[in-house]
Design a protein. Structure first.
Length: 342
């Protein structure tokens, strides 16, 4: 097993009453909450932490892409990875990743990833997420029903740009380029390792298994919450007759290290409550636009963790409102939920 250190780079100074006064940490979070002078220190602290993780001997340090939010301040993880390429020496750089459907043309991803691979001497792990609905459909205005098709076409273009030696023309449904001929080219041949972060969509793990890519699942709620998704991936690998190599899968889990359970609570309770109470405060209207979740995923009853977090908050509000319509309700309980969600 390899151990990697992942950084979301969340904005660390959302106010205590954030849940009371703001509907969502994503998409329409108000710009007045962002202080560039404070964020200057945050970014440098984040970079120090990533570099320290590399010095500690983690097999890789990981960054990712999000937009219009206080959950993760990396609209361009490639900028962070390029800096890390110079500030680290032998640790893999896992960019998890670039949301391919958002790039026009996607060859921009092929070029920038190739640059990082060359600067780092061949240490890039290339992540290709489909992307959250908040990032792709709302912040960047993509049609949710066409997102996966756009993503797949972009993947095909990037892969050809990395591997074909001669200049070629690409004539897809969403991308047309007369001359595709990227410079520089990646160090790793035939291309950098490709990892696909997924939120539970059946088609994503099926496609990963078919393509022999690494499937990665992020669990906010422990290994049991992610077990059904990972089991689905391994069942698909078995169905295809693929080798059950453990390096085909990645699992991201929050871990707090301390000498005792009590010490762990003391060290991590406040940051955990901040993350779950404010950084996962997503309005349900942004969590599941029609057409984003595939039919097969819906049939299996699989729900992304972002959707679960948004739905949980919506149920609490709805129950409180229903109670207010039928009887006297102590609304201090609702206020307590917003500050300390269960």
């Amino acid at each position: 097993m390899k151990l990697m250190w992942f950084h979301l780079m969340p904005y660390t100074e959302l106010p205590e009453d954030f849940r009371d006064k703001h509907p969502s940490v994503w998409v329409d979070i108000h710009s007045s909450l962002f202080d560039p002078r404070r964020a200057h220190h945050m970014y440098n602290d984040f970079m120090d932490e990533l570099e320290f993780a590399a010095e500690c001997g983690f097999d890789a340090v990981c960054v990712n892409e999000h937009h219009s939010n206080g959950y993760g301040l990396m609209p361009s993880p490639n900028l962070i990875a390029s800096a890390l390429a110079r500030r680290t020496s032998d640790t893999a750089l896992c960019v998890m990743g670039n949301s391919l459907a958002l790039y026009n043309p996607p060859t921009r991803v092929a070029e920038e990833f190739a640059m990082i691979d060359v600067i780092s001497g061949g240490r890039l792990i290339a992540g290709f997420p489909v992307g959250t609905p908040m990032d792709t459909c709302f912040a960047y205005g993509q049609n949710p029903s066409m997102l996966r098709e756009r993503y797949t076409e972009a993947h095909d273009l990037v892969l050809r740009a990395w591997t074909e030696q001669d200049t070629f023309a690409f004539n897809g449904r969403f991308n047309q380029q007369r001359y595709v001929n990227i410079w520089p080219r990646p160090v790793q041949k035939p291309h950098p390792p490709i990892w696909i972060p997924g939120g539970g969509s059946v088609e994503t793990w099926q496609w990963c298994a078919e393509m022999d890519y690494v499937y990665c699942y992020l669990s906010y709620y422990g290994y049991k919450a992610g077990q059904s998704t990972m089991s689905g991936f391994w069942e698909e690998m078995a169905r295809l007759g693929k080798d059950r190599n453990p390096y085909h899968a990645g699992f991201l889990q929050f871990v707090g290290v301390a000498e005792t359970r009590e010490e762990a609570y003391r060290l991590y309770r406040e940051p955990a409550e901040y993350f779950y109470g404010r950084c996962l405060h997503v309005d349900a209207r942004f969590a599941g636009p029609p057409g984003y979740t595939t039919e097969e995923t819906q049939r299996r009853g699989i729900q992304s963790q972002i959707s679960q977090a948004a739905a949980a908050a919506s149920r609490e509000v709805l129950n409180a409102v229903k109670g207010a319509m039928t009887e006297d309700v102590d609304f201090s309980a609702l206020a307590t939920f917003w500050k300390h969600p269960r």
